[in-house]
Design a protein around this ligand. Structure first.
Ligand code: FUB
Length: 345
């Protein structure tokens, strides 16, 4: 998200062939959370706009105001934009920055989970409900009690329990919650309050949801991501440690926690035996895309597994104007995932 990172964009790749094209190109979309509900694919993305905000290291230029749900009858069919599903003006507690959302279904109702900055400038996570997977959604009057930071991803386990995974560094404010209270003091810098390179990296959070999916059923717990020796990844291990964009899926009885490494631009995964972890680092799913951010979801459609992701190719590298794409992923016999290169030489 930071300004200097724009220089990091490898513009050479703009001239290479991308492995997939934007699912929609009439609007910019990002941070795709994909699910199959009643046999149809629904993608819950951020809706990127250029609101004219100056670039800064806290991501103020990601000034999104609403959500649109994209639907597809099958993985090869046309992607349909179903219009505005929720606008920030209709969320009493939220002021701005409608960042990466997710959604889930329960008993015929659909729940949209989304982060936004509240009127005090602190990111919280809210819930909105609809009778339709494409909305319109009606927001709860307050954010989820005890919620903080960004990028909620909700996973339904086989026993019917729903878990929310969340957290994001820098503009996502996770580093300001290290004591359990929000540190509001200056400097308002993305790297203030981060651990030192030789200390354990900041960890994302998980919590079980209440039966009505409106609240946390328990205090959020940290998710441990371990290296091959069983040690927590270190803050200086930028190519492997968690930064943002949590996702959880289950494959062959194992839990796969995947995420973005942020400033090194990889989508990585770690494997565990239960939804709370710990998870052991497994490798990379996606190499860097055009644009600073990388964000994804993993979804099974008709017995094949797909990575929904985004890049900034369509906007020719404008980091906050992204497009959602999809590509198939491959598991090896041992459960590891083959790394995708988003562009072909
Ligand atoms: O879209 C705004 C932010 O950019 C998301 O919350 C992050 O995951 C990154 O993709």
């Amino acid at each position: 998200m930071p300004e200097e990172s724009i220089e990091n964009i490898n513009f050479d790749v703009l001239n290479k062939r991308a492995i997939s094209q934007p699912l929609v190109s009439h609007i910019y979309t990002a941070d795709p959370s994909a699910h199959v509900f009643n046999g149809k694919i629904y993608i819950y993305p951020s809706h990127d706009v250029d609101a004219g905000e100056a670039f800064d290291d806290l991501g103020s230029h990601f000034a999104m105001e609403d959500y649109h749900v994209i639907s597809m009858d099958s993985i090869d069919s046309e992607a349909v934009d179903n219009g505005v599903a929720l606008h920030v003006d209709d969320v009493p507690w939220a002021k701005e920055q409608m960042w990466a959302p997710d959604a889930h279904e329960k008993d015929g109702k659909y729940y949209l989970f989304f982060p936004a900055k509240a009127h005090d400038g602190i990111f919280r996570i809210g819930v909105a409900i609809s009778n339709s997977p494409v909305g319109p959604f009606k927001a709860q009057p307050e954010a989820i009690k005890g919620s903080f930071s960004i990028d909620p991803a909700v996973f339904k386990d086989d026993d019917g329990s729903y878990y929310m995974y969340f957290g994001g560094l820098w503009g996502g404010q996770l580093q300001r919650w290290r004591t359990g209270e929000f540190k509001a003091e200056q400097p308002d810098s993305p790297t203030a309050f981060l651990p030192k390179d030789n200390e354990p990296a900041l960890l994302p959070f998980v919590t079980k949801m209440t039966d009505d999916l409106f609240e946390f059923a328990e205090k959020p717990r940290t998710i441990e991501i371990l290296d091959e020796k069983g040690n927590l990844l270190l803050a200086g291990d930028n190519e492997r440690r968690f930064f943002e964009a949590a996702w959880l899926h289950k494959y062959n009885g194992k839990y796969y926690f995947s995420y973005s490494t942020g400033d090194t631009h990889f989508i990585c995964y770690a494997i565990g035996d239960n939804p709370y972890g710990p998870f052991t680092y497994g490798g990379r799913i996606l190499n860097p895309v055009v644009g600073w951010t990388s964000h994804h979801s993993i979804c099974e459609v008709d017995r094949k597994w797909y990575l929904f992701y985004h890049d900034s190719s369509l906007s020719k590298g404008v980091t906050h104007l992204r497009s959602v794409k999809v590509a198939e992923i491959t598991y090896r016999e041992d459960g590891s995932i083959e790394t995708l290169n988003p562009y072909i030489e």
